[in-house]
Write a protein of this length. Structure first.
Length: 305
C-alpha cells in the first residue's frame, strides 16, 4: 500500500518542465543534503517537482522528510508502508509524475545533482528519449569489488545492444515518461530497474545518450550485497537479453551446436559409415534452438517500436 502526501496534486501539470523522483530507504544521513542540493541546483525557471518516495524507511528518514515537506512546497511525497525495493519506489514515483520528463536520482549523496538541468536540456535540444549520467567523469569513487563484475557485464550489454554502453545501471538519468511507461510492467522492483530500462530502450531503437558525470562515495552504509546482487545481476542480464535480443542470446548456442553436429557427422561418415544417435541429437538440438530463437525474435519484433 502506498500513501500520497495531501498536497500531491497541488501543482498544475502543464506548468512543470520535469519531475525528479528520489527513492529513499533508510537514508537519514544523506536525504536532507540530497534534497537541499536539488532545490539549490534547480532554479525556479526550471518548473520542476520533486517526488520523494519513502520506501518503508525504519530510521529517522521519515521524520527528516516530514520536516522537509513543511518547508518546501515543490516536494511531493509517496510513502510505502513497507519496503518494496528500489525499482518499486521508482515506479511509484514515475506513475505519479505530472511532467512529461522524469529525472531519477539517488538519496545517498553519490550523484552530482547540479548536472540535472544540463541532462534535461540535452534531451530536449537533441530530441532524445533518455540521457544517462555515465559515471565516467574525472572524479569517480567506485568500489573495486563492484568494478570487476560490471566490467564484464557492460561488455555483454554492449554486445546485446550492438553499441557501447559505458554505464549500465547509473541511477542519475532523465527520460520521457511515456517511453518508460511502455516497459513499466516488466521493469523489476529491485536494484536492476536501471539495467532493465537501459537495455529495453537500447534494444528497441530508442535514442539514448550518455553524459559523463562524477560519482562520490555514498553517505551511510550501502545496501548492495556484492556476491548475491552480482549473481542476481547476471541472471537478470540473461533474462533481459532473452526478452529484448533473443537472436543475440541464442545464436552462439546454435552455432556451437551446429558445429558439434557437423563434426560428429563428419566422423560418422568418414569412420562409422552411419549416422550415430549423437549426431541426430545434436542436429535436433541445433534446430530447436534456432527455431526457438526465431520465434522469440518474431514475438519481440511484433511488440517493439
Amino acid at each position: 500500500m502506498s500513501i500520497d502526501h495531501p498536497s500531491f496534486t497541488s501543482t498544475p501539470a502543464n506548468s512543470l518542465r520535469f519531475s525528479v523522483v528520489v527513492p529513499c530507504y533508510n537514508e537519514e544521513g544523506a536525504i536532507r543534503q540530497t534534497i537541499e542540493e536539488l532545490t539549490s541546483s534547480l532554479g525556479d525557471e526550471d518548473h520542476y517537482e520533486i517526488i520523494l518516495v519513502d520506501d518503508g524507511s525504519t530510521d529517522q528518514s521519515t521524520e527528516i522528510i516530514s520536516e522537509l515537506l513543511s518547508h518546501d512546497s515543490s516536494i511531493r511525497l509517496v510513502r510505502h508502508q513497507k519496503n518494496k525495493g528500489y525499482g518499486a519506489a521508482l515506479k511509484s514515483g514515475i506513475r505519479r509524475a505530472m511532467a512529461s520528463l522524469v529525472v531519477i536520482t539517488d538519496a545517498d549523496g553519490t550523484y552530482p545533482n547540479e548536472v540535472i538541468p544540463e541532462l534535461v536540456a540535452t534531451l530536449l535540444e537533441e530530441d532524445l528519449d533518455m540521457v544517462v549520467g555515465s559515471r565516467t567523469g574525472e572524479d569517480v569513487s567506485y568500489p573495486l569489488i563492484r568494478k570487476i563484475p560490471k566490467m564484464f557485464l557492460k561488455r555483454y550489454a554492449s554486445w546485446l545492444a550492438r553499441r557501447d554502453v559505458p554505464d549500465l545501471n547509473s541511477g542519475l538519468r532523465v527520460f520521457k515518461k511515456d517511453v518508460a511507461e511502455r516497459f513499466i510492467g516488466i521493469l523489476p522492483n529491485g536494484f536492476s530497474f536501471t539495467t532493465t530500462i537501459t537495455l529495453a530502450l537500447l534494444t528497441n531503437n530508442f535514442e539514448v545518450k550518455y553524459h559523463p558525470i562524477n560519482y562520490r562515495e555514498r553517505v551511510g552504509k550501502s545496501k548492495i550485497r556484492p556476491i548475491r546482487d552480482t549473481i542476481n545481476f547476471v541472471q537478470l542480464m540473461i533474462r533481459t537479453g532473452m526478452y529484448f535480443a533473443p537472436i543475440r542470446v541464442f545464436s552462439p548456442i546454435g552455432v556451437i551446436l551446429g558445429a558439434l553436429c557437423l563434426a560428429s557427422m563428419a566422423y560418422d561418415i568418414l569412420f562409422a559409415n552411419n549416422l550415430s544417435e549423437k549426431t541426430l541429437i545434436l542436429a535436433m538440438a541445433c534446430i530447436n534452438v534456432v527455431m526457438f530463437a526465431l520465434l522469440a525474435d518474431m514475438i519481440d519484433k511484433r511488440n517493439s517500436r
